[in-house]
Structure formats: structure tokens, C-alpha cells
Design a protein around this ligand. Structure first.
Ligand code: G3I
Length: 395
């Protein structure tokens, strides 16, 4: 039996064993007559919402419970280093999340840095954290052009490259067999800027015009863990620009190709690395979600965070705009019933890849995540909560 995130399954994930009446079934929408700032600011939001519906217990107010009420699973990425560096992080994640994904530790460069010497120590730290905190585990990522061990680089481009990659999928998915609910089997194979007519990344293993390798990776993953849901995962689909349109077109071609080859694909991951200031068109994004859902796959928002690099330094203004930007995106995303999972890429501003990869010019830290560096809820946390509350129920 394959695992499915049905409404009941999502409730099971959060420990809720009975349906909970959610705001969607209540007569007064929390949106009505409430200013954005009031809705998004912590205590104010609680007080206002408290006047609109009966008070919820702390557990029922968690993001995972709000999500589960509508058949959605909420979670976050976490790294072994951040769990160690920030003792409060694990508890914060356990409170709000139903699923976790290792930020790096399952990548090839971590699990087999030396050929034929598998090393799952770091990824097992996350798996143990998940098991002891009643969290499900997401797998990221079997195949990615980045973070591959140095020893593979020459081999990957040669005639044995195909088999080497398929073996890698088999190894890592097989190692976690029965423990991972969703796997990113292939990550980031799209790059129209590389100029190939098929819009695929110019990475030697991806033969032009042929997605046979990707299809074979999905077959290997299914064989290695028949119960895991298998995803293609990528970025740059969220905004209204020519570049992102060509990425969306390439994604549709990949889905067509995989379906034509009967690849066992269950889901499509939209990373959702958002950036305040980018142009978001609800219609364009809605259409893309519908186009992907038409392939009869579920959609997970796998790596949500909001880059505030273009914003002025004022913290209140940044936090408001970050929340507002995410809220617009999530409201459209959750309107699509195929969207069943949301994960943030990190849970607290104490630890985010953006500070090293895309630092702000004023040297202030970015504020892209639901909790601040002291683990207090930010407007983004409340924006996610509100979008989850307003999401239509999944079938
Ligand atoms: O562990 C070493 C540490 O020993 C060393 O001192 C330090 C010095 O730079 O580097 C550490 O490794 C870094 C690692 O993150 C852990 O912090 C790597 O250099 C750095 O490249 C790596 O970056 C990760 C990146 O993927 C590349 O693997 C980010 O944490 C991670 O957030 C990012 O995640 C990706 C997703 O997998 C795919 N989608 C995009 C997303 C953001 O780029």
C-alpha cells in the first residue's frame, strides 16, 4: 500500500485523531475587517482571532495542526549542525512541524564522500531527531548536480555515468527504506539559461532531448522503497518573468516525458524560495499549479523562505513585507487542492543559507523564516497560519 497524505493521514501525523472544526467552516472569515498589520502581528492576531472563534489550545494552534485540519502537512528543513548549535530549535520544530527534511545531510557529498564507503552518520542524526520527536522524514535529495563527491565528477560524464547515478538513487533511497515519506529523487535539472532547446541543465548526464536517465532514477527509487512518494523538485516557477516562464515550460516538458515513459512519479516539488520585490502574478502561478496537477501528481512546496535582500534595514517593515509577500503566494498555492505539503527551508532566522549565499548589503542578517533568531514567532509565522486556516479542505 502506498502512503498517501489524505486528510486522515495528515491528522495522524499531528497526533490529532478526530476532525477539528476549522475556520474554513466558520461564518466569519478572519480576513474580514482586519488590517494586515493586525492580522500578522503576534498578540494582536491572537486577540482578534479569539473574538472570532473559540480559543484553541496551544497544540491545536500549531502550524501542523492548522495544516492537518485541511489535509495539508506542514514541516521544515533542519541541519544536524543547527540542532546542535541552537538547543531551542528542536523543540520549536517539534511543536509546529509534522515532517522534517535534512537540509544537506542526505546529499551525495555527505553520504558517500569516499567511493564505496557509505557514511550516513549525519543524516541519521536527523532521522533520529525525527523518530524521537514524532516527526515524519522527507528525503532530499538523491540526484543533484551540486554537492556531489569529487570522485564522481569524471565518472559521471563517461559511459558509466548513467549506471553510477542510478546506483546512487538505489543506495540512498534503499538505506532509508520505510522511513521516508517523500523523496526528492531528482533536484534542479532545469536551466534554460544554458541554452539547450529542451531547457535542461547542461550537466553531462542529462543527454540532450532525452530524459531517460531521470525516468530510470524514478524507477530505481520505486524499487528501493515502494512506499515512499517520489518527487521531481526544482526552483524558479513562482514569478511572472520570461525566465521563470521558460522554466515552467521546461517543467511541463519533463512531466510529459516522465509520464510518457511510465516513470513512477507521485509529486512535483516547488521549492518556493521567494524574494520580496519580485513580480508575483496570481493568475500565472495558479495556471502553473493547475498544469502540474493535471499530470495527476501531488504538489509540495518544499523550501519556502523569503529573501529580504532588497528591503531597507527597518526590521518591522522587513518582517511585514516578508509576511505579506508569502501570504499572497500561499493563498494562491493552497487554493490548488493538489498542494498537500508545505516545508520552510529552516525554521528560525538563527540559521539560514541566505546569509552566506545572498547576504544583505547593509550586513544585517536576513529575516526569511517563521521564527526570529530568539525563536519568537514573526509576522511570517502568522501569515503561514492564516493561509493554512483559510485553505480549502483537500479531498
Ligand atoms: O560543513 C561545512 C563546514 O565544515 C565548513 O566549515 C563550511 C565553510 O564554508 O562549509 C560547510 O558546508 C556548507 C554546508 O552548506 C553546511 O553549512 C557548504 O559549504 C555549503 O555549500 C552548504 O550549502 C548548502 C547548499 O544547499 C549546497 O549544498 C546550504 O546549506 C543549503 O541550504 C542549500 O540547500 C539548497 C537545496 O539543497 C536545494 N535547493 C536550494 C537550496 C538553497 O541553495
Amino acid at each position: 500500500m502506498k502512503k498517501r497524505y489524505s486528510n486522515n493521514f495528515a491528522q495522524h501525523l499531528t497526533g490529532l485523531d478526530r476532525p477539528v472544526a476549522g475556520p474554513a467552516s466558520e461564518p466569519t472569515s478572519p480576513r474580514a475587517g482586519v488590517t494586515r498589520r493586525a492580522v500578522l502581528s503576534g498578540i494582536g492576531a491572537t486577540a482578534l482571532l479569539g473574538s472570532l472563534r473559540p480559543a484553541l489550545g496551544a497544540e491545536e494552534q500549531s502550524l501542523k495542526a492548522r495544516a492537518a485540519r485541511h489535509g495539508i502537512t506542514f514541516g521544515s528543513a533542519v541541519s544536524a549542525a543547527s540542532l546542535k548549535d541552537f538547543p531551542e530549535l528542536g523543540a520549536a520544530i517539534a511543536r509546529d512541524c509534522a515532517v522534517v527534511v535534512p537540509e544537506n545531510e542526505m546529499k551525495w557529498g555527505w553520504t558517500e564522500n569516499v567511493r564505496n564507503r557509505p557514511d550516513y552518520k549525519a543524516s541519521e542524526v536527523i532521522a533520529r531527531f525525527a523518530a524521537t520527536s514524532d516527526l515524519r522524514l522527507r528525503g532530499h535529495t538523491a540526484i543533484w548536480y551540486k554537492n556531489i563527491p569529487a570522485w564522481t565528477k569524471a565518472a559521471i560524464s563517461g559511459p558509466g555515468g548513467h549506471d553510477l547515478l542510478v546506483k546512487r538513487v538505489h543506495d540512498v533511497v534503499g538505506h532509508f527504506r520505510g522511513r521516508v515519506v517523500e523523496w526528492d529523487v531528482v533536484n534542479e535539472s532545469i536551466e534554460p539559461r544554458d541554452g539547450r532547446p529542451d531547457g535542461m541543465r547542461n550537466w553531462p548526464p542529462f543527454a540532450p532531448g532525452d530524459i531517460g536517465l531521470i525516468a530510470d532514477c524514478f524507477h530505481a527509487a520505486r524499487e528501493a522503497d515502494p512506499d515512499a512518494l517520489l518527487f521531481y523538485n526544482d526552483y524558479g516557477f513562482e514569478y511572472d518573468s520570461d525566465d521563470e516562464q521558460s522554466r515552467r515550460d521546461a517543467a511541463i516538458r519533463i512531466m510529459e516525458g516522465l509520464k510518457k515513459r511510465n516513470a513512477p512519479i507521485d509529486g512535483f516539488g516547488i521549492q518556493s524560495h521567494l524574494k520580496v520585490g519580485n513580480r508575483f502574478s496570481p493568475d500565472v502561478f495558479r495556471q502553473f499549479l493547475a498544469d502540474i496537477a493535471a499530470f495527476n501528481v501531488r504538489i509540495s512546496l518544499t523550501e519556502l523562505d523569503v529573501n529580504d535582500q532588497r528591503m531597507p534595514s527597518d526590521i518591522e517593515e522587513r518582517d511585514d513585507q516578508v509576511a505579506d509577500h508569502a501570504r499572497q503566494f500561499l493563498d494562491v498555492a493552497f487554493d490548488e487542492r493538489a498542494v498537500t505539503t508545505l516545508l520552510t527551508w529552516g525554521f528560525s532566522d538563527a540559521s539560514t543559507w541566505l546569509n552566506s549565499a545572498q547576504p544583505r548589503k547593509d550586513n544585517l542578517k536576513q529575516r526569511p523564516l517563521p521564527l526570529d533568531e530568539n525563536f519568537a514567532k514573526k509576522p511570517l509565522w502568522h501569515a503561514i497560519a492564516q493561509s493554512l486556516d483559510n485553505a480549502p479542505d483537500r479531498p
